[in-house]
Write a protein that binds this ligand. Structure first.
Ligand SMILES: *Cc1c(COP(=O)(O)O)cnc(C)c1O
Length: 387
């Protein structure tokens, strides 16, 4: 049987060619492709600077570091996200404080952010969950009022927009991932965009052990000496990955359009399921969705079976739908080691029992979508009877 994953990368001959060229060149790691990729992605997103790193997690770690977060500080993060978002806060010895999400979009709720602010709050990390930009106008009003740094975890939303402007421009620091399931891939990889020259320089140093100059800069200056000025990491993207990322970036608009087309197919099909046992998340008119994920809520009462049973049945029919995410603070590490409490974000906890990420990626065919929709119809048989 045809196996349909929830996400999948697309690689074409141009991508392969781009990587092979680097393999034959003088530079395998930080070389000319890094500069080329950083310039291209900064130009595409309309930002002054882009800093390439080797994962989205590294991007978040760099951003939280550049925001001068440290022990004793608090950073507000949404309950519904990948653990990497709040782990980045822990890496710096600070405490993530979880804000609840809005019930219809599962994006961070600005009102709950306000309730969670204390004198120790230094930053907010907003997550563009599923590919929909957060309410950046509301979040910016809060960060202005309380003098906080606004970090965007835009790992899902590359290709998307908020109020006609590209994501990557809305946070003080904006983090992206190039893991294979994400909008573009470099195998593993990530980057941060910002308009602050100071922040960009600090993140460039942080990705290279905290050393002020990289090897190529020293070579250009004819110098062998370097200074390590703070404690950094090896978060360098390599030139093979940067070449792949550059080649993928050229297809971003086409892929975003395709994802939106697929989302319309799903939405149309679901609108005609009368009992609404499966409902897509709501989207805002302010947003061009990037549809990293196509998330629906499974209504157990109307469907007659629970979400996990439905996921199992979909799998038996070759559909590898997934769940994004359980609230981060319910993970054993957060519960047992860090003593976060169940009940902190009730809307998120409730939603986590209902969400399903249906297959969504540019290579998905109409026939695949029809198969998924047909299986959903069969699973929600009460729907069919009512119709
Ligand atoms: C994927 C992802 C990350 C981490 O990216 P990696 O490249 O896998 O390290 C962080 N935050 C969110 C919301 C993500 O989806």
């Amino acid at each position: 049987m045809n196996r349909i994953p929830y996400a999948r990368h697309s690689i074409d001959d141009a991508d392969i060619e781009a990587v092979c060229e680097v393999l034959k060149s003088d530079w395998l790691t930080t070389g000319p492709k890094i500069d080329e990729f950083e310039s291209a992605v900064a130009a595409k997103l309309g930002c002054r600077f882009a800093v390439a790193v080797n994962s989205g997690t590294a991007a978040l770690h760099c951003a939280v570091h550049a925001a001068n977060i440290g022990p004793g500080d608090e950073v507000i993060v949404p309950a519904i996200t990948f653990a990497a978002t709040s782990n980045a806060v822990l890496y710096l010895g600070a405490r993530p404080v979880f804000a609840d999400v809005l019930a219809d979009s599962l994006l961070i709720d600005p009102e709950d952010v306000l309730r969670k602010i204390t004198p120790r709050t230094k930053a907010i990390i907003a997550v563009d969950y599923a590919g929909a930009a957060c309410d950046y106008a509301a979040l910016r009003a809060i960060t202005d009022r309380y003098r906080l740094t606004l970090i965007a975890d835009a790992c899902h939303s590359l290709g998307g927009k908020y109020r006609q402007q590209s994501v990557g421009q809305w946070g003080d620091l904006n983090c992206f991932s190039m893991h294979p399931v994400k909008p573009i891939t470099s195998g593993e990889g990530g980057f941060i965009t910002c308009d602050s020259e100071y922040a960009a320089a600090r993140m460039r140093s942080f990705r290279n052990h905290g050393i002020d100059l990289d090897f190529r800069q020293r070579e250009r200056m004819g110098s062998w000496s370097y200074a390590m000025t703070e404690l950094g990491f090896n978060y360098r993207l390599n030139d093979l990955q940067a070449a792949l990322a550059l080649s993928q970036l050229r297809k971003l608009e086409e892929w975003t359009a395709r994802r939106n087309e697929i989302a319309l197919w799903y939405r149309d099909a679901m609108a005609s399921m009368p009992l609404r046992a499966v409902t897509p998340l709501k989207t805002s008119a302010d947003v061009v969705h990037a549809y990293h994920l196509f998330v629906v809520r499974w209504n157990r009462a109307t469907a007659g079976i629970d979400r996990d049973t439905a996921l199992g049945r979909l799998r038996q029919n070759g559909i590898f739908a997934n769940v994004h995410y359980q609230p981060v603070y319910l993970h054993p590490y957060y519960q047992r080691r860090l003593r976060y409490r169940q009940g902190t974000c009730p809307i998120a906890e409730n939603a986590a029992r209902e969400v399903i990420s249906l297959p969504m990626f540019p290579g998905l065919q109409r026939s695949d979508v029809d198969h998924v929709v047909e299986q959903l119809r069969l699973l929600t048989a009460r729907d069919t009877r009512a119709a």
